[in-house]
Design a protein around this ligand. Structure first.
Ligand code: SF4
Length: 352
C-alpha cells in the first residue's frame, strides 16, 4: 500500500500538459466561470455541459447578471441539466457575492465554503483554479484514482475514508500549480483511469507508481458499499388540451424538481378504462380521447413509471395554467416530462 501521493505530481502534470482537454472554461481564472462550470459538472457529463455553459455565459456573464436574473430565465437556462437546486444555489451564491462580499468573489477557501451549494470539492476547485491556492478538489474521480494508486481498500463512501484521501491529496498539492494539478486529476479520471470497466493503464502516467496496477486490483478498487435499491413510483400523467392550450401546473417550492412546471398527474397507474377518473376533481370533462403515451424517467433515488393519456377536455377549475405554444416554450418543464412536452408541442402546432 502507498501512503502518500506526492510522487504523483510530476508525471501527472507532464501528462496534463500534453493531453489536457480543450474545454470552454479552461484557461480562465474568472472565479464566476469556474464556479458555474464546476456546479454544472456535478452529476453531469462534460459533453452535455458544454452547450449549457456557453449559453449561460452569453446570458449571464457575471455574478451581477446572475443575481438579477429572474426564476423563469434561470430555470430555462438550466432546463434539461437536472438537479435544478444547483441553479437556484448558484443564484443565491451570486447574490451573496454581490451583497455580503461587495461584488468581489471571496478568495479564501473557508469563505467560498459559505456560498450556497458550494462544498469541499467546489471550494477547492475555485480556490485553486481561480486564486492559485494549494488546496485539493476531491470528487469521485480523485477518490477512484487515489484508491487505485494507493491500493487502499477502505469504502470510499465512508466519511472517514474520504477524509483520509483528502488529507493525502492536501499533502500532495504542488504549491506552484494547484489549479492545474486539480484539473489534471479530473482529466485523468475521465480519460484514463475510468470508472465502470477497465482503466487504460497502458496509457497512464501513473502506471509505474500505481498499486492497483502492480497488484492487478484495478477492477476491485475503489471499494464502495452497495447502494440502497432505487424506489419505483407509478404515476398517471395527463396532457390535457383545451382550445389550443395545454394544462401545466407548478410543482411545490420544495423537494424533487421544486418550482418547475409539470403536466398534471395522479399517483398510481390508472388503466385506460379509468383514465378519466381524476378529471371531475379538476372541474374537467373528457371531450375526446387522443392517445396513450407512456414514459419512464430515472432519478438518482427514484424511478418514475408514467402511464400517460392525451385528452381534449372542456370545463375549468383545477390549479392549472393553460398555456399556448409560445408560453410552453418559455416555461421550464423538466426532462422527466420530455415525451409529454414533445407531444404538447405537436398538438399545439396542430391548434387543437
Ligand atoms: S495505472 Fe491504471 S489503475 Fe492505476 S491510476 Fe493509472 S489507469 Fe488507474
Amino acid at each position: 500500500m502507498r501512503e502518500d501521493l506526492t510522487a504523483v505530481a510530476g508525471p501527472l502534470l507532464d501528462w496534463y500538459d500534453k493531453n489536457k482537454r480543450a474545454l470552454p472554461w479552461r484557461g480562465t481564472r474568472d472565479p464566476y466561470q469556474v464556479l458555474v462550470s464546476e456546479i454544472m459538472l456535478q452529476q453531469t457529463r462534460v459533453t452535455a455541459v458544454i452547450p449549457y455553459f456557453l449559453r449561460w455565459m452569453e446570458e449571464l456573464p457575471d455574478a451581477a447578471a446572475l443575481a438579477a436574473a429572474d426564476e423563469e430565465k434561470l430555470m430555462k437556462l438550466w432546463q434539461g441539466l437536472g438537479y435544478y437546486s444547483r441553479a437556484r444555489n448558484l443564484r443565491k451564491a451570486a447574490e451573496m457575492v454581490m451583497g455580503r462580499f461587495g461584488g468581489r468573489f471571496p478568495e479564501r477557501y473557508e469563505d467560498l465554503l459559505a456560498l450556497p451549494g458550494v462544498g469541499d470539492y467546489t471550494a477547492g476547485a475555485v480556490a485553486s483554479i481561480a486564486f492559485g491556492q494549494a488546496v485539493p478538489a476531491v470528487d469521485g474521480n480523485v477518490l477512484r484514482v487515489s484508491a487505485r494508486v494507493t491500493g487502499m481498500d477502505g469504502d470510499i463512501l465512508d466519511p472517514k475514508v474520504r477524509r483520509r484521501f483528502r488529507t493525502l491529496a492536501a499533502e500532495a498539492v504542488p504549491k506552484d500549480r494547484p489549479g492545474e494539478w486539480n484539473q489534471a486529476w479530473m482529466d485523468l479520471g475521465s480519460m484514463v483511469c475510468l470508472p465502470n470497466g477497465a482503466p487504460l493503464c497502458g496509457f497512464c502516467p501513473l502506471a509505474g507508481l500505481c498499486e492497483a496496477n502492480r497488484l492487478g486490483l484495478q477492477e476491485a478498487l475503489p471499494v464502495r458499499r452497495k447502494k440502497a435499491p432505487r424506489r419505483t413510483e407509478n404515476l398517471t400523467v395527463y396532457l390535457l388540451l383545451r382550445e389550443g392550450r395545454a394544462a401545466l401546473r407548478r410543482r411545490p417550492d420544495k423537494g424533487l424538481l421544486a418550482g418547475l412546471w409539470e403536466f398534471p398527474h395522479v399517483p398510481g397507474a390508472l388503466p385506460e378504462a379509468d383514465a378519466a377518473e381524476p378529471l371531475p376533481a379538476w372541474g374537467l370533462t373528457a371531450h375526446e380521447w387522443r392517445k396513450k403515451l407512456d414514459a419512464k424517467h430515472i432519478f438518482t433515488h427514484v424511478e418514475w413509471r408514467m402511464t400517460g393519456y392525451v385528452l381534449t377536455v372542456t370545463g375549468g377549475g383545477g390549479d392549472f395554467t393553460w398555456v399556448g405554444r409560445d408560453e410552453l416554450e418559455a416555461l421550464a418543464v423538466p426532462s422527466a416530462f420530455g415525451k409529454f412536452l414533445d407531444e404538447a408541442r405537436r398538438a399545439l402546432k396542430e391548434d387543437i
